[in-house]
Design a protein around this ligand. Sequence first.
Ligand code: CA2
Length: 153
Amino acid sequence: MIPVTVVYVLNGPNLNLLGTRRPEVYGTTTLSILEELCREEATRLGLDLVFRQSNHEGLLIDWIHEAGARVKAGESIGAVFNPGAYTHTSIALHDAIEGTELPVIEVHISNVHRREAFRHHSYISPIARGTVVGLGVDGYRLAIDALHRMSPQ
Ligand code: CA2
């Protein structure tokens, strides 16, 4: 059997609330619908999808290590990552991505640059291959596609 290449989509804190509150900022799509949208895009590109969400920084770090190891093993093209509020606080997530050399596209549903000043800085952007900001949940599909185009495989 030919092994299928994996794309990771990782989501940080509070994104489990997607589609249930603050629709004016984050839209009405739930996390499970978002997973299906990502699965459709991955399938279209011939990729397997690993889609996860956690409210815990350490677990996100473990998943980055896992994804990085799978990229090194030639099993994955990398990760689309919405770190949620950890974007603006987490040197540990920055170090995990840098340390594993995981190819990451950073995604934000809202346009963080139109929002509070504390959302304007990202610890992830300097070590991301690219960023998609403010395009709603459609940004995930675009990011999967971009990661696939960047991949040498
Ligand atoms: O725009 C994004 O995708 C964010 O990463 C979302 C984070 C926020 O802290 C970042 O600054 C930008 C928040 C995720 C929380 O999502 C909610 C969804 C529905 C209701 C409440 C929160």
